[in-house]
Design a binder for this molecule. Sequence first.
Ligand SMILES: *[C@@H]1O[C@H](CO)[C@@H](O)[C@H](O)[C@H]1NC(C)=O
Ligand SMILES: *[C@@H]1O[C@H](CO)[C@@H](O)[C@H](O)[C@H]1NC(C)=O
Length: 493
Amino acid sequence: MATEYDLIILNGIVVTATDVEELDIAIRDEKVIKVVPRGSLNDSTAAKTIDAQGGYVMPGGVDAHVHLDEPALFGKGCAADDYETGSRSAACGGTTTMITFAPQTKTEDSLLNTLRATHAKATDACYIDYSFHLLVSNPSSTALSEFKILREEGISSLKIYMTYEALQLHDGQILDVLLEARKQEITTMVHAENGRVIDWMTAQLENRKMFEPKYHATSHPPMAEIEATYRAISLSEFIDVPILIVHVSTPAAAQHIKQAQDRGLPIYAETCPQYLFLTKKDLDQPGFEGAKCVCSPPPRESEQDHEGIWNGLANGTFTILSSDHCPFRYEDNVKGKKTCITNEYPVGHFKYIPNGCPGIETRLALAMSAERLDLKKFVELTSTNPAKLYGLWPRKGGILEGESDADINIWYPPGQMKEYSLRNEMLHHNVDYTPYEGRMMKQWPRYTILRGELIWDKENGGLLGKKGKGKFVKRGASSLAASRNPGDWKIPL
Ligand SMILES: *[C@@H]1O[C@H](CO)[C@@H](O)[C@H](O)[C@H]1NC(C)=O
Ligand SMILES: *[C@@H]1O[C@H](CO)[C@@H](O)[C@H](O)[C@H]1NC(C)=O
């Protein structure tokens, strides 16, 4: 007898951004077909049944900030994860869609070459679905003229930097990008730190022979982020175009964002686990250990900063919670953190430490284990809003009958999992450490489903997904609010 469904999920508590309900789910041909009151599928036939045993059933995680297989943009260091290992790690942590960066270099005129090269890296390599943000470091006339083609290719977001010599745009270049992004309904992500301020602080520290990893935090003062955030908001308001400020670390920067939102501006914001769980003390470790937590912006002063960021997550200032997975191996002096240890700098030099921390696999479990967010808010921040903001909704980020891909994450029933200490050996990335080593955790995804296929079963086999099963997903325009006055931008007189 033919079965009605490929998969049914029974006895779960389905959590979406809007509801928490006891519902059963039926899946066929990669899609969610039915979401019905518990018990309604008792008499159905399915090729496979999962009993959620009262665990939370959520849309699969969407991680919209992931660096994989990137070249050495800062002279030293090379991403430790490629599309295979990065997406594998994502799958094991409950993430079913990732948006990674396709980085244009300063010497490249075109964005389409960059897009093509990144497709080549990802094709047939991924365990989960994926798309790319184009990272624009050279907004040449060629690059600007290609925004329209990017949209046709299913790319509806870009990222720009206000810091890092290899990537930084000046304000005029930022306006060039924003104006063209407005025309093509593209969302621009902004790394908001003042590059000149950071260079100046770095020189001050070098003059005083202060090179240890902890000085990375000193060299990136909160002021550099606060100023650049306010400037990015101002530039966005001038062009009247939506932006997303990535990896906000400072409550004072979040406050600028909140005030802009309260004025009705389409300003969106992202934060990451490193700004909820790490402080600058994590950079001040014996020897070179602190380098493990070097990322930009750096983890901030104290728990008080964490409180401000948690508050912003709860009160809607932050639109999304992403990982900013940016993996470098620690014990590696060719591509990893230790490339900056030389005869001249035996303790390393903070300015040359490859910037970034791994986190694609731990993002969801860390936030769930913290038990700080309302469940619906958790889903909104980690799945629904990234899908909406970046043009994937309702295919991704929800559990909508007939509309959503069957990308689902099932957690352990509340209280069933014994508290445990996180260890890097539990993870599936190609990195030899996690910044969260030893942290006490209360949850981990038990099952993860990608378009109806079980790709992670923690108790039975762990990783079940297959390399190459993840597909490129074409994205449309953002479904969150865009320019306030659509149409041509008018020169303000
Ligand atoms: C479905 O099956 C469960 C377990 O056998 C039972 O407790 C429940 O009452 C049934 N629900 C319906 C609507 O038949
Ligand atoms: C919401 O969070 C932001 C960011 O931390 C903060 O500036 C703002 O005061 C908060 N608003 C309320 C009403 O709590």
